[in-house]
Structures are given as C-alpha cells and as structure tokens.
Write a protein that binds this ligand. Sequence first.
Ligand SMILES: Nc1ncnc2c1ncn2[C@@H]1O[C@H](COP(=O)(O)OP(=O)(O)O)[C@@H](O)[C@H]1O
Ligand SMILES: O=P(O)(O)OC[C@H](O)CO
Length: 495
Amino acid sequence: MALILALDQGTTSSRAILFSDDGKIVGVEQKEFKQHYPQPGWVEHDPEEIWASQLEVTEAVLASNGVQAADIAALGITNQRETIVVWDRKTGAPIHPAIVWQDRRTAKVCQELKDAGREALVKKKTGLVLDPYFSGTKIAWILDKVPGARERAVQGELACGTIDAWLIWNLTGGKLHITDVSNASRTLLMNIHTGKWDDELLECFRVPSALLPEIRPSSEVYGEVSSSDKLKGIKIGGIAGDQQSALFGQACYVPGSVKNTYGTGCFMLMNTGPEAVTSEHNLLTTVAWQVGDQLEYALEGSVFTGGAVVSWLRDGLGIIKSSSEVEALANSVKDNGGVFVVPAFAGLGAPHWDPYARGTIVGITGGTTAAHIARAAVESIAFQVADLVGAMQSDSGVELGELRVDGGASVNAHLLQFQADLLQISVVRPVVTESTALGAAYLAGLAAGVWKDCETIANQWAVDVRFEPQISAEQSSALRSRWKQAVDRSMNWES
Ligand SMILES: Nc1ncnc2c1ncn2[C@@H]1O[C@H](COP(=O)(O)OP(=O)(O)O)[C@@H](O)[C@H]1O
Ligand SMILES: O=P(O)(O)OC[C@H](O)CO
C-alpha cells in the first residue's frame, strides 16, 4: 500500500494528512496559529509561524503513525490562496508579515485602478475583479511600505510568493522558488490564457518580475524535501490552491460539476474544462489546475466569511465555547425569530464585491436570544452560498443537479439541510470531507505514479450523506428575499 502525504496550509490552521492509495485517511495532525488584526480590516499572519506549524504537524503525522520518509510515495501542497509573503533570498527571512487574503488595506488602490479604467484589462487577462482580496496590490503595498524594499526587489534580492511558494522554498532549503498555475491565477499578475506572468499586469500592479516564482503545472515531481531530517528525500509532486485542490479531491473532473467548501470562507467552484468561461454575473474565472499540458478552468464564487462567523460566535461574542456547540444552540429554537446576520466582516465577495460592506444584524426584538443569533449566523453561511448558484447557472448554462460539499463547517448537518432547503437541490457530503488535502494527495500521487488517471481517482469518491430539500420553493424564495434586504443594509458602510 502506497502512502501519500498532503500538507494543507489553511487560513486558521496547518494540517498534515496521510492518505492511503485507496483515498482513505491514515492519520491527521493539525495546529492552529495566530491571526493578527493590526487595524480594522487588516489581517496578517506570521510567515515563520506558518512554516514552523506546518513543519511540526508534518513531522508529527509521520511519527504518530510510525511512518518514515522513505515510506511516502510523494507529498502534495495545498494552501490558503492570495495570502502573500515577501522574503530575503539570502537569509530566507520575511521582510513583513504575510498579508492575508481577507485583508482590505488596498481597497483604495483598487478603486484608483478602477477609476483609471483598468478593470476590463484585469478581467480579460486574469478572470478576476479589482478587489483587495487578490495578491497583486498586497505585494505592491509591502514594497512601498518597507524601506528600500522596492529597490531590493528590482535588484533580485527579494523573493515573493503565495503560501505554497513559501513552504516549498523552506522545504527545499531555498533551492526551489516555484508556484503552480492555480495559485498564480489568484495574484492578478498571471495571464490565465497563457499560464505566464504578464508584463502589462506587472506594470499595472507595480510588481517587479525579479520577485516572482516560476510557474509550474499542478502535478509533476518538482524536487524533494531537503530541509528536515525527518522528511528528507520525500518527493514534492503536487501543488494547488486549496479551493482548486478541493475541486480535484471531490473528483469534479467533468465540466459542469460543482463543489462548495465551507471553511473560514466558502468557495464554490464549477469545472468548465479547457474553456475559460467569462462571467457576466460577478463570478471569477480561475485556473482549476494543469495536469500534463492542458490548462483547465473553473468558475468561482468566493464568500469571505463562512465558518468564520461561527468562530466569531465563539471568540467575539463568547456565546459558545467551541464551534461544535453551535449546532445544538441553533437547533434549540424553531427558527431564526426574524433575525438575519450578514457577516460582512471583511467586506463582501461574490457576487457583490463590496470591500466597504461591514457586518450587520437585523430583525432583533426583545425576544431575541443568543440562540436566534447563533441560528441566523449559521444560516448566513448558507444564504451567501445560495447567492452564488444562480450566477453560476447563468454563466455556465448548466442547471445544478446537486452540490458536493466539504470543509470544516460541513460537519454541521443543520447548515447542510438549510443549504438544501434554500437551493432546492441535493447537497451531498462525501465520506472523506478533507477534500482539500485529498486533492493535493491525488495531484502528487498522479505525478508519482500511485494513481494511473483521474478516472481511477473518481471511482474512489463515495457519498456519506445526501441532504434533500424539506421546504417548498415558495418558502425558500421568501427567506431569500428577506436575506437580500439584510445584505443591502450591510453594503457600502465603511469609507
Ligand atoms: N460544527 C460547526 N458548525 C459550523 N462551523 C464550524 C463547525 N465546526 C467548525 N466550524 C468552522 O469551520 C471553520 C474551519 O474549517 P476549516 O476547513 O478547517 O478552515 P480553514 O481551512 O479555512 O482554516 C472555522 O471557521 C470554524 O468556525
Ligand atoms: O483557508 P481556507 O480554506 O479558508 O481558504 C482560503 C481561500 O483559499 C482564500 O481564497
């Protein structure tokens, strides 16, 4: 039996998962790390803490399962996307904290670029929108704020990359400075039609090319680990942004197949095959992956605050002690009591793209309890996801038959039932909900010859639970129109 290792570096935790060649989980290790909020709307991570926590869990998952580096066929890396690190090529030290995908500090720069008429160029070449979510404006911000950084970048003394590039640099002791097409497609700097960095985009976002990693396919043997004695010699065989990786792990290989991941945020992706479908409804066009020579694409709806609203109930409001308590609290009342929570903590992503939106709670009366707020918070996750489906169906011309789901919050049956109710379609949770890590393992295992092809992999995908709609279409649309009113009230709040 071959073993494949996945390094899943998420927004709130670093995970390492060991898979067997039948796609089953053999062992998991996970470590949360600190979120830094230096100003309202700003979110940072310590890149050294990311690397240290990722290394720790990766070494630990081998140790706790009695496995040696030599037993691993290959490892795959998957990561929170867009989050950017800039470091010194000589010392390997970051010159600034990582600026996280949720960070809104470059909202004004994005507005200026819009005012300068760059939106069409950006959409045509990158499939993205001008929003602070993506890496490009964050890189320029670091170069402008850290004294001397811009000059050093031009001279080739600095390197930058999304978290995959940062981890691979560290795993290989600085030998490899690479990223894959799926991660690069989130930077605003790569032309998604060619899979190459684009001079016009680099100029638009004021990013010197000497900073950038080499763009590679998502599945190939790139090199091997050299920096840790315990991991030495393991082949690095797969790289993908976590949402594209989850699409791969959910075996969504046929155009039209869709998954939604409920993590910190929620991300719905539809495979569109070799065609980069341009969205007319504020979705993103993104590279799904490159396995072999062919670039494949996806349509994406990105919701910035998903499961994170539950973390906020725990850490911000203190009305639950752990995320898993939310389901019982939400179920302790028969409905939301007319309360709607719009968790626009980091602005709103698709389909609104409003960096100035902020969270709001409406419909509170004297009878409102913590349970109603908890219920409305969980429901807000499903409402936001439901808002993406219509756009996705119109853009792709595909009527959704079912939605495959995964991610940390997909353990919540109440959430998934409400999702099926709102969408009026089946919501299907597979046996392995660690689709993100599984996708990276599959990409690595394909490169190392563990699996022959995607068809072999697709046969391993199995259903755990299927949630069917239990309310009428009329009830669903009444709830959704009330939600829409609540969203309107959260928009354009911050200036
Ligand atoms: N039972 C639950 N109900 C709803 N949300 C949950 C539950 N358990 C965990 N979560 C949420 O899931 C998120 C973690 O999911 P995960 O996939 O690990 O995230 P990420 O990869 O973004 O770090 C957290 O925001 C947490 O609040
Ligand atoms: O870490 P997650 O699972 O919340 O995913 C974050 C996304 O990649 C951001 O685009």
